[in-house]
Design a protein around this ligand. Structure first.
Ligand SMILES: [Zn+2]
Length: 228
């Protein structure tokens, strides 16, 4: 019988007598390998290594253990999630999950994401928020092929709401920007204004500006230079 076996799947070791069957064969081991080699899979491996280093002070070198572990699918899902949510700082996300003792399988849940969003709103230093916001505005301007000073001409209210929700734009910058104020007054509907207000919380930010007067000065300087 063994003589008839001409083909063997290199992933699951299943033997085949007929080439046509062998070529049509798919298995979960093969899919895992394909997923691992994809861009999403490679980022998952990078996130896993960062997590291992941060949590256990241990950098894994061999990806085989990872691929066969329960962590592969958790990190693969997290990799997709981080792309969809456009996480401005993935390492910060992973560190927060470790601090809050949240297992990787739960990282894509709303409760975990909420911890990250709140951290950015309440704990991230003003300079970091400015950096993220300026990068976002540059990215959007480049994508639309406009000068950064015209970025509020091409952004729609829904896009601004989305960017605020994802914490890629901070009130720290927006509330000082004349062009954003103009955008808010002339380009948004009442409903959109309610949504923006809910995300911005001007009271909280008014307090923050008073708390960090030096940074408020810096942000104004940046805004002048960018022409926003
Ligand atoms: Zn197979």
């Amino acid at each position: 019988m063994a003589k008839d076996i001409l083909y063997t799947c290199s992933f699951c070791n299943k033997p085949f007598k007929l080439e046509i069957r062998f070529l049509r064969h798919r298995c979960k081991e093969m899919e895992r390998e394909e997923n691992f080699k994809s861009i999403t899979g490679q980022s998952a491996w990078g996130h896993y290594k960062y997590w291992m280093k941060h949590k256990f002070k241990n950098v894994p070198r061999d990806s085989n253990t990872f691929k066969k572990s329960k962590f592969f699918s958790s990190f693969y899902k997290f990799s997709i999630f981080s792309q969809q949510a456009h996480l401005p700082d993935i390492k910060l996300y992973i560190k927060l999950m470790v601090t809050h003792k949240i297992d990787p399988v739960f990282w894509t849940k709303d409760a975990a994401y909420r911890k990250y969003l709140d951290y950015i709103t309440y704990k991230l230093p003003p300079r970091e928020l400015m950096k993220i916001s300026i990068k976002t505005l540059f990215d959007e301007a480049i994508k639309a092929n406009v000068h950064i000073s015209d970025v509020f001409e091409i952004l729609t209210p829904n896009e601004v709401i989305q960017l605020l929700y994802q914490r890629r734009l901070s009130p720290w910058l927006l509330l000082h920007s004349k062009k954003f104020t103009e955008f808010y007054k002339t380009k948004t509907s009442t409903e959109e204004q309610i949504n923006i207000q809910a995300l911005i919380n001007p009271e909280l930010w008014g307090k923050k500006f008073k708390q960090f007067p030096k940074d408020a000065k810096i942000v104004k300087k940046y805004i002048n230079e960018l022409g926003i």
